[in-house]
Design a protein around this ligand. Structure first.
Ligand SMILES: Cc1cc2nc3c(=O)[nH]c(=O)nc-3n(C[C@H](O)[C@H](O)[C@H](O)COP(=O)(O)O)c2cc1C
Length: 313
């Protein structure tokens, strides 16, 4: 990094060296052959479930215009394997390890958080409250502000480590969900998981996804996510991690201007495995060009209404 540029950001009590990290599920151990994990702001492996599960039926992913739909269904080797194999693997890198947890009930979230947070090398927990709660008719936990509050509040009791709550974009009012998570003691909000989507093969007349619907990711969702980051930043004082459609440094900068302190990168990793490194370098170049000494200067820096009027009217 060029001397003097400060790229480190604070994510709810955890300082990371730069604001770029992988999105859970779109990053894995095999990528270590292609990029240096030590250069990333943090490491976020795929969401872990309590028991091993095979995931949803095939086909589980398809391309769409400007993105892809996936319905992997949290394929997982279970928490025992995670403790014995996954965490020790990531411990060899200096980038902090954030564990993403997926569960089927609030009690299960609490139980898993308790276990994983007690591992010293796990620096923070990310709660994937965007997955369907089977005890609640397939609704994601994060679609209800009351359930979001209850869930985060209960997990908060298990640990002092930073808790990142990954919100679902499939809500009418993301601000109320964000505030519920904040009131319950979340340290940071990941905005957001994937919008629910569907694609149909017009020749076979079958859904392109075995599970009929799945989550849309990639460039197609970025404007929705930028809007939701902006809305959450308006009401919450928590640091936001933007997630959804970051393919380039410009996308990351746009999310930071909307209010994100950091970004997660998912689909871009499938297109170009070096995407995250390119994005870090691109942010540095932007900072140099715009003579920004500290990356903090970008966060929430979008000029709207009054500022805009002052400059142009
Ligand atoms: C193949 C695939 C698997 C995913 N698995 C998970 C997961 O296990 N947990 C989770 O919280 N999000 C999961 N996601 C969602 C991503 O973390 C991210 O929210 C989404 O892809 C949007 O970011 P992107 O547009 O940069 O890909 C998955 C996404 C993809 C494409």
């Amino acid at each position: 990094m060029k001397k003097g540029l400060k790229m480190a950001v604070d994510i709810g009590g955890m300082t990371i060296a730069n604001p770029v990290m992988p999105a859970s599920g779109a990053f894995g151990e095999g990528m270590d052959k292609l990029i240096d994990f030590n250069l990333l702001g943090a490491l976020v492996p795929k969401s872990i479930t309590k028991y091993p599960q095979r995931g949803n039926r095939n086909p589980r992913a398809c391309e769409t215009q400007g993105g892809m739909i996936n319905s992997i269904g949290i394929q997982s080797k279970g928490i025992d394997h995670y403790l014995q194999e996954t965490i020790p693997y990531y411990e060899q890198y200096c980038a902090p390890l954030i564990s993403s947890i997926s569960a089927e009930s609030i009690d299960e979230f609490v139980e898993m958080s308790n276990i994983i947070a007690s591992v010293p090398s796990v620096v923070a927990l990310e709660l994937n409250i965007s997955c369907p709660n089977l005890k609640n008719n397939g609704q994601a936990f994060g679609m209800s502000d009351a359930i979001t509050y209850q869930l985060v509040d209960r997990v908060r009791e298990t640990t002092d480590k930073p808790i990142l709550v990954k919100l679902t974009p499939n809500v009418t009012d993301i601000q109320s969900i964000a505030l519920a998570a904040e009131r319950a003691g979340a340290d940071s909000l990941v905005v957001a998981n994937t919008p629910l989507a569907m694609a149909i093969d017009i020749h076979s007349r079958r859904p392109k996804i075995g599970n009929v619907m799945g989550g849309l990711s990639g460039p197609a969702i970025k404007p929705i996510i930028v809007r939701q980051i902006y809305q959450v930043h308006e009401v919450s004082r928590l640091p936001i991690i933007g997630c959804g459609g970051v393919m380039t440094a410009n996308d990351a900068i746009e999310m930071m201007l909307a209010g994100a302190s950091a970004v997660q990168v998912g689909t871009a990793n499938f297109v170009s495995p070096t995407a995250m490194i390119d994005i870090i370098q691109g942010i540095q170049t932007y900072m140099e060009e715009h003579q920004l000494y500290h990356i903090d200067k970008l966060i929430g820096g979008v000029m709207v209404r009054n500022q805009w009027e002052k400059d142009y009217i």
